[in-house]
Every structure is written in structure tokens, then in C-alpha cells.
Design a protein around this ligand. Structure first.
Ligand code: FAD
Length: 371
């Protein structure tokens, strides 16, 4: 995955991570109370910025480091290996920032990019609704035109980090009459105002990282509309392309590799399990190969979308298989670990586009099958 300069970068980043990952997080992450965990994650965003590891692949002119996706993916893998916290500014950095660079005004970039990169403002993604997930064009949250801006009314669901967010990248319907895909607009909504009501949702694993959010006539100014009214679908496609990229897969690969190593150690040389383990082990390394393939295709948007759809199906379904086998073969000593990983991995084939949706993309755009 690395070039000569890439290995230099990896060496420096690896040393920095070893020295700076908070020991409290590394040793107690599973038992920290929620407030302490959030504080550590916020602080980590600031540390990343100060050390020059925030916005690695964003252009220098926009406050990034001007490196490539390869370095971003390498850093994500190293951070997972070093058991670094997952910063809270992640949605802002991975989704909002590239969306603003592609479609925002100069004024919007100046206002929003620095606090995202510095970890001073946290973002959530307001796309999914009770009646619109895979079929995102079915969004029904309304944005009604008023003097100087819009009023947003409706409901979003599965909104990760909503309770900790300052801003929401909000997809809403600006016209009831315009044709589908031309009736949506994207907003940069301030979450700290009257009319925003956040109800956290408890996940099957016990976590509470996402929420259902009600918006009751919440104001967004004209300056907080990205691109022109009615272009929300086009803007959302940029956001989703970044969401399905290799960065998420790289950190998941490390988690899967660690689970796979634990599984191999647990089962020893048991010949009855050798075939199953060899198959899972081989496919784990196939995920790594597919990550590096996606990185090399970054410049070609069509090929990149194909590669990342394949990657998403590969890693999410394989992780579920590994945790299923882990739970089945686990001894009492490891049962809690495997139970948690098993439950956490269920969501992997849903978020960032379900496996069925990825397979639709693969069948149409890779295999050329009819719709
Ligand atoms: C952990 C987690 C975090 C999330 N975070 C966020 C977030 O921060 N912001 C946000 O906006 N959303 C978030 N989501 C929501 C996620 O994007 C949606 O759950 C996902 O897009 C699926 O939509 P849905 O739940 O409405 O299911 P549906 O779209 O209703 O799908 C139900 C089932 O039907 C299948 N299906 C639907 N359409 C088709 C089709 N055309 N062909 C074949 N099968 C189909 C699906 O694959 C699925 O199995 C998160 C989800 C999870 C699990």
C-alpha cells in the first residue's frame, strides 16, 4: 500500500500515534463513562490538528495537508492499530469538508472548514428518515422559503452523534412540485437553536451513538444553502462517494485482523476448524488488497465507485462472518468480547448504503446487467 515517501509518512505517523494515544483510552475504552469518552474524543480531534494529521487528503489551500487518499488510509490503519480514539470531528472531516470543497462558496469554506479541521465544531449527517434510507430521493423533511432563508420541519433518524453536534449536513425538500432528484437542497444547519429536539436511540450492543431528531420550523439562512436550490441530490452524491471510500474500510480491516488473530489463537491447531479459519483468514487479506486497489483508482471516479462498492460488501459481510464464528467457538474467557463484536458488526451491512444497494451498483456498473 505504501511508496517510498509513503513509508516515511507511515513511520512518522506510527511513532506519533504510539506517543500520543491517550493511555486512559487505550486501557479503559470499554469502561469509560460516556462524558469522559466524549471529552477524550474531542481532545483527540484537537491533538490531530495540532500535529498536522487533520484533513490529510484535503488541499492545502483549504487548510488540509495536501496529501493523497493513500496517506489518509494509511493513517486510519495505523490509528486503529494504535487503538486511537475515533474523533468526533470525523463526519465533518470526511463528509462535510469535501462536500464544501466541491460545491460550497468561498464564504462557506472560510466559515466552516477551519473549525472542522481544528475539531472545534462537530457535525452530523441528516440524510435518513423513517421513510427514506436506501431511497434517499424520498426525503420528506421540508424546507419552506421564508425571508432571508428557509424553515426546516420534519424528522431524521439514525443520526450519528446528533446529541454532540453543532451543525448538521441536512438534506431537505425545497419543492413539492419539481421532479424527483430536482426537488432537494442541502443545508448547513445550526443544531443549537430552538425547534431541534434530539432523542437518543439505544443500540442492540448497548451503545447510544445515534438519535432520532425532530425539526420544528428551524431556521437556516440563504448563506447556509450549499450550491443552488434544487441541487441537493447532486451535492448528496458527492457526500456519499466520500462516505463509502477506503478510510472507513482501512480501520475496519485492522479490527477484523485483530479479531481474526484472536480466533486463530483461540482455536490453535484444531483440525476440525482449520478449513473455516483458513478461508476467513485468506478473505481478510483480500479486503486489504481491495483497499489498496480502491486507493489507486481514486482519480477515476467511475472506477473508484465500483471498487468502493465491492469493498463495502467484502469487509462488512466478512466481519459479520468472523464475529459469528468467534461467538460460536468462543470460550468463557472471550465470550463478552465476541458477543459485543457480533452485535456491533450487524450494522456494518446497513450504514453507508446496505449490502443490497451495493450489489445493485455492482450488478449495474461492474457487471453491466440491466436495471
Ligand atoms: C450504525 C448506523 C449509523 C448510521 N448513521 C447515519 C447518519 O449519521 N446519518 C444518516 O442520515 N443515516 C445514518 N444511518 C442510516 C443508514 O444510512 C440507513 O439505515 C441505510 O441507508 C438504509 O436505510 P433504511 O434503514 O431506511 O432501510 P431501507 O432503505 O428501508 O431498506 C430496508 C431493506 O430493504 C432493502 N432495499 C431497499 N431498497 C432496495 C433496493 N432498491 N434493492 C434491493 N434491496 C433494497 C435494504 O437493503 C434493506 O435490507 C445509519 C445507520 C446505521 C446502522
Amino acid at each position: 500500500m505504501s511508496t517510498a515517501s509513503g513509508s516515511e509518512f507511515a513511520h512518522e505517523a506510527g511513532s506519533w500515534l504510539q506517543e500520543n494515544v491517550p493511555r486512559r483510552w487505550r486501557e479503559h475504552r470499554g469502561t469509560l463513562d460516556e462524558h469522559e469518552a466524549i471529552d477524550i474524543r474531542r481532545q483527540w480531534d484537537r491533538q490531530l490538528y495540532e500535529a498536522g494529521y487533520s484533513g490529510l487528503s484535503l488541499p492545502k489551500e483549504f487548510g488540509g495537508q495536501g496529501l493523497g487518499l493513500a496517506e489518509e488510509v494509511a493513517f486510519s490503519e495505523l490509528a486503529a492499530q494504535a487503538q486511537a480514539p475515533d474523533g468526533l470531528a470525523r463526519i465533518g472531516r470526511i463528509l462535510t469538508a469535501p462536500t464544501l470543497i466541491a460545491h460550497g462558496t468561498e464564504q462557506q469554506r472560510e466559515r466552516f472548514l477551519p473549525p472542522i479541521l481544528q475539531g472545534r465544531e462537530t457535525w452530523c449527517q441528516g440524510f435518513s428518515e423513517p421513510g427514506a434510507g436506501s431511497d434517499l430521493a424520498g426525503v420528506s423533511c421540508r424546507a419552506d422559503k421564508v425571508d432571508g432563508g428557509y424553515e426546516i420541519t420534519g424528522r431524521k433518524i439514525w443520526t450519528s452523534f446528533a446529541a454532540y453536534s453543532d451543525r448538521c449536513l441536512m438534506l431537505a425538500r425545497t419543492s413539492q412540485d419539481a421532479p424527483r432528484h430536482k426537488n432537494l437542497s442541502m443545508f448547513l444547519l445550526d443544531m443549537n437553536q430552538p425547534g431541534v429536539d434530539i432523542g437518543t436511540i439505544k443500540q442492540i450492543s448497548g451503545g447510544t451513538h445515534f438519535a432520532e431528531v425532530h425539526f420544528d420550523r428551524v431556521f437556516v439562512s440563504d448563506d447556509e444553502l450549499i450550491a443552488e436550490e434544487g441541487s441537493g441530490w447532486r451535492v448528496a452524491m458527492t457526500t456519499l462517494m466520500n462516505e463509502r471510500g477506503g478510510v472507513e474500510a482501512a480501520s475496519r480491516y485492522v479490527e477484523m485482523r485483530a479479531d481474526m488473530d484472536l480466533l486463530l489463537a483461540m482455536c490453535g491447531d484444531d483440525p476440525r476448524r482449520a478449513d473455516v479459519l483458513a478461508d476467513l483468514d485468506r478473505r481478510t487479506e483480500l479486503v486489504r488488497w481491495q483497499i489498496s486497489k480502491a486507493v489507486h483508482l481514486e482519480a477515476d471516479e467511475t472506477e473508484f465507485v465500483r471498487a468502493t462498492s465491492i469493498l463495502k460488501v467484502l469487509w462488512s459481510e466478512l466481519w459479520q462472518e468472523i464475529t459469528t464464528v468467534g461467538l460460536r467457538f468462543s470460550s468463557a474467557a472471550h465470550r463478552e468480547h465476541w458477543r459485543y463484536q457480533y452485535l456491533e458488526s450487524r450494522s456494518a451491512s446497513i450504514f453507508s448504503g446496505t449490502s443490497e444497494i451495493q450489489r445493485n451498483i455492482i450488478s449495474e456498473r461492474v457487471l453491466g446487467l440491466p436495471r
